[in-house]
Design a protein around this ligand. Structure first.
Ligand code: NCD
Ligand code: ZN
Ligand code: ZN
Ligand code: ZN
Length: 421
C-alpha cells in the first residue's frame, strides 16, 4: 500500500469513519482498519470527499492566454477541490479538427495540475468520427458568445447527429437559439437580459427534442422550465453557481455580464428550487475568465463570462455546512454524476476508482479574497463571500495541496489519451 488515509469520508451521500488504502493511484482497499502503508494520513476532524469534476471550463489555451492558460486554470481548479476539468473549444484557433486538437494537446501537455478532457466544437461538415476517440465530448454553440463558432442551423446540426450518436460521446450544448437573441444596444445587465430572453433557451432545447434519448447535455441551465424539458427528453443538465446566486435586481456592471444572462429574482429562485428538487444533473462552473481590462470596457462591448472553477465548490461546501444545501446532492452534482455522464473512472470513493480525494477542514470558513485566487482574471463576483476551501487535495494518490499550500507538480493527464485500467 502506498498511502493509507483515515478520516470521515463522504461515500454515496453518507459520512463514514474509514481507512482507505491507495495503490498505483487508485483506491485499493477500504475498511474500518487498513494496515501498512508507506505513508499514513490521518484527519481527525473535517470531511474527505471525492475530487470534484467540473464539466465546463474555458482555460483559454491556445490564443487567449492573457485571460488564462492551462497552468493557471488547472491550479485554480486544484485550489477549488476540482481534480478533473473538461475544457471548452472556443479558443483561438477554436478546437474543431484533428490538427487544432493535437496542437492544443501538445501545447498543454505537462502544464496541468489536475486531470482533464477536451471538447471539440461542431462546425459544418466536421469529421466527427476522426475526432471522437480523442475528445471528452463535443460542444455545440447554438447562441453567439465568446469565440466565433456558432452553428444554429437545424440541417447543419442534423447532418452530424448520426455520427455523434454512434460515437458514444456526449454533446454539450450552449442552448440559446441565436435567432431569438436581440442586438439592441446594451447598457446594463437588464438590457443584456432583454436581449437574451429565457425563451431563447427554451426554444433551443425544444429544437433538440427531436434527438430525444441521445447523450445531450444542456450547459448552464438558467430556468426551471428548461431543466424539466431537458429531463423529459433524457438530456443531462448543468447549472452554474452564478445563475443560482445572482439576480438582475441585485447586481450591477460588467462583472456580471455572462451568457446566458443573470435572470430576474423569480427565475433565479425557481431555478434554485429545481436544483434542490434534484432536477439538474451537475454543477458546471462555466469558468470564463476575462482580464480586468476586457471587463472595464463599456457594457455594450465588454465580453461575457465569469470565473468560478476555484470558488463554486468552496461556496457550496460552506452552504452544505450551514444546512443551506444538502451534502449528498453536492456530492452527486459535483462528483458522481459528472463522472458517470462523461464515463470517468472518478467521482466516487470506491475500490478501483482514481484516488482523487479532497479534505475540507469544515470549521475553517473564510471570505473569498480575489487576490488569493489562482486565475489570471484577478477579479471575481464572489469577493467577500463565505467559503470553505480544501485543506488537502490528492490527485491519483499524489498530494498536490497540503495544509492549503501547493506541494505538487503538473501531473494532470488527458483522461482520454491515458486510459488507466
Ligand atoms: C463563455 C466564454 O467567455 O468563453 N462566456 C460566457 O459568458 N459564458 C462562453 C460561454 O460559455 O457561453
Ligand atoms: Zn456557453
Ligand atoms: Zn418558453
Ligand atoms: Zn461556457
Amino acid at each position: 500500500m502506498d498511502i493509507v488515509v483515515e478520516g470521515r469520508f463522504l461515500i454515496d451521500g453518507e459520512l463514514k469513519q474509514m481507512a482507505v488504502g491507495i495503490e498505483d493511484g487508485k483506491i485499493a482497499t477500504m475498511g474500518k482498519l487498513v494496515r501498512g502503508g508507506d505513508e499514513r494520513l490521518e484527519f481527525t476532524s473535517g470531511i474527505i470527499t471525492p475530487g470534484f469534476i467540473d464539466p465546463h471550463v474555458h482555460f483559454r489555451e491556445p490564443g487567449m492566454t492573457a485571460k488564462e492558460d492551462f497552468g493557471s486554470g488547472t491550479m485554480s481548479a486544484l485550489f477549488g477541490g476540482v481534480t478533473c476539468v473538461l475544457d471548452m473549444p472556443n479558443t483561438n484557433p477554436p478546437t474543431t479538427d484533428i490538427r487544432t486538437l493535437s496542437d492544443k494537446k501538445a501545447s498543454i501537455r505537462r502544464k496541468a495540475h489536475v486531470d482533464y478532457g477536451l471538447f471539440a466544437a461542431l462546425t459544418p461538415n466536421m469529421d466527427v468520427n476522426r475526432l471522437a476517440p480523442h475528445v471528452a465530448g463535443f460542444k455545440l454553440f447554438m447562441g453567439s458568445t465568446t469565440g466565433n463558432i456558432l452553428m444554429n442551423d437545424d440541417n447543419e446540426i442534423g447532418y452530424l447527429m448520426g455520427d455523434i450518436a454512434r460515437s458514444g460521446k456526449v454533446l454539450s450544448v450552449h442552448a440559446e437559439d441565436d435567432d431569438m437573441i436581440l442586438r439592441d444596444r446594451e447598457e446594463s445587465n437588464w438590457d443584456h437580459l432583454r436581449n437574451r430572453p429565457v425563451e431563447a433557451e427554451h426554444n433551443a432545447v425544444r429544437r433538440l427534442s427531436r434527438y430525444r434519448g441521445m447523450r445531450i447535455n444542456i450547459c448552464h441551465v438558467t430556468d426551471a422550465a428548461t431543466a424539466e424539458m431537458a429531463k423529459a427528453n433524457g438530456f443531462t443538465t448543468e447549472v452554474t453557481l452564478h445563475h443560482m446566486m445572482f439576480a438582475a435586481e441585485n447586481v450591477e456592471g460588467t462583472e456580471y455580464k455572462v451568457n446566458p444572462p443573470i435572470r430576474d429574482l423569480r427565475t433565479r429562485d425557481a431555478l434554485c428550487r429545481s436544483v434542490e428538487a434534484g432536477n439538474i444533473t451537475m454543477f458546471g462552473s462555466d469558468h470564463a475568465p476575462h482580464t480586468q481590462t476586457d471587463k472595464m470596457q463599456e457594457y455594450a462591448t465588454a465580453p461575457g463570462g465569469m470565473i468560478g472553477v476555484e470558488t463554486t465548490i468552496p461556496i457550496l461546501m460552506n452552504w452544505a455546512m450551514h444546512g443551506r444545501f444538502p451534502l449528498p446532492l453536492l456530492e452527486r452534482m459535483g462528483c458522481s454524476n459528472p463522472a458517470s455522464v462523461f464515463s470517468l473512472n472518478k467521482g466516487r470513493i470506491k475500490v478501483g476508482m482514481d484516488a482523487d480525494l479532497v479534505f475540507f477542514d469544515t470549521k475553517n470558513v473564510t471570505r473569498i479574497d480575489p487576490d488569493a485566487l489562482h486565475s489570471k482574471a484577478g477579479h471575481t463576483a464572489y469577493a467577500g463571500t463565505e467559503a470553505i476551501f480544501p485543506d488537502t487535495v490528492m490527485l491519483r494518490g499524489n498530494i498536490q495541496i497540503q495544509d492549503g499550500e501547493y506541494c505538487g507538480s503538473a501531473t494532470g493527464v488527458d483522461t482520454v489519451d491515458h486510459p488507466r485500467d
